[in-house]
Design a protein around this ligand. Structure first.
Ligand code: NAD
Length: 261
């Protein structure tokens, strides 16, 4: 029996990158997993890849910034499998631009996906957890940028810092019902989100792509190495499975020592 046997876990943004790796690890640990993503077809495909058609992974189309879509997605899961036990609020995008050039629409879109998305999915998960009376675990996908800033990432840094406040509040409000909330803070992981920003950063900074990797992304790590999908999936299983309120309202950094807080 895996550490997450009998649990229902919903992971947003799980059709790609970190979310997909976490969903795979949760499934291996025994959970039934919901792949919730803006791209519903990709979510279905990943669910099939994970469970090989056995029916213990499901794809759900969900825009995390859309209140109705979030509530509908959670209802769909509840009618099939009952209340979720674990939420990983992971969906996210990146925009690289100097603050003075940043469009207001881009700022609002970033905060909508990262902060509205975390709020809406946490609220839906908490409502189900409270109604089912069995508590649960909420993991918000933060970043090293929950603790430090970098140039050209104003809305991302702002949103990722904001998640710390949300997790701490959920930890206080959810404790009586056995609901825990924590933030997982990775360093750079080579996903599509990061591959896209390497040339964008090179352009903004006027340096080569290899210099972006060596001098921007990995400069302050202890070993000049990227964090891996496997690293983050392992930490996510540990945090999701942790059985008591000893671990709530916390953020855990997995960044090769880039940030030591
Ligand atoms: P990714 O681009 O590989 O995957 C992101 C997924 O989110 C995609 O499947 C996309 O379709 C989905 N998505 C985007 N907008 C959505 C929306 N409105 N509703 C639902 N789904 C949506 O990116 P990733 O690198 O795996 O990033 C996942 C999370 O990890 C993000 O929150 C990101 O900020 C965070 N993170 C990434 C890194 C890194 O280095 N890759 C580091 C720290 C934190």
């Amino acid at each position: 029996m895996g550490e997450l046997a009998g649990k229902v876990a919903l992971v947003t943004g799980a059709a790609s990158g970190i979310g997909k790796a976490i969903a795979q690890a949760f499934h291996q640990a025994g959970a039934r997993v919901v792949i919730a993503d803006l791209d519903g077809d990709a979510a279905e495909a990943v669910a099939g890849e994970i469970d090989g058609g056995r029916g213990d992974a499901m794809g759900v189309a969900m825009d995390v910034a859309d209140e109705e879509a979030v509530n509908q997605g959670f209802d769909e899961v509840a009618s099939r499998w009952g209340a979720v036990d674990i939420l990983v609020s992971n969906a996210g995008i990146q925009v690289i631009a100097p603050l003075v050039d940043l469009e207001f629409a881009a700022w609002k879109k970033m905060l909508a996906i990262h902060l509205d998305g975390a709020f809406l999915t946490s609220r839906a998960a908490m409502r189900q957890m409270i109604a089912a009376g069995k508590g649960g675990s909420i993991l918000l996908m933060g970043s090293a940028h929950s603790h430090v800033a970098s140039k050209f990432k104003a809305p991302y840094v702002t949103a990722k810092h904001g998640l710390l406040g949300l997790a701490r509040t959920i930890a206080k409000e959810g404790a009586a019902q056995g609901i825990r909330a924590n933030v997982l803070c990775p360093g750079f992981v080579r996903t599509p989100l990061v591959e896209k920003q390497i040339p964008e950063q090179a352009k903004e900074l006027g340096i080569s792509e290899s210099e972006v990797i060596a001098n921007v992304m990995l400069r302050d790590t202890v070993d000049a190495e990227f964090t891996t999908l496997d690293d983050i999936a392992r930490v996510a299983v540990f945090m999701a499975a942790f059985p008591t309120n000893a671990l709530t309202g916390q953020s855990l950094l997995a960044s090769h020592g880039w940030v030591m807080d």
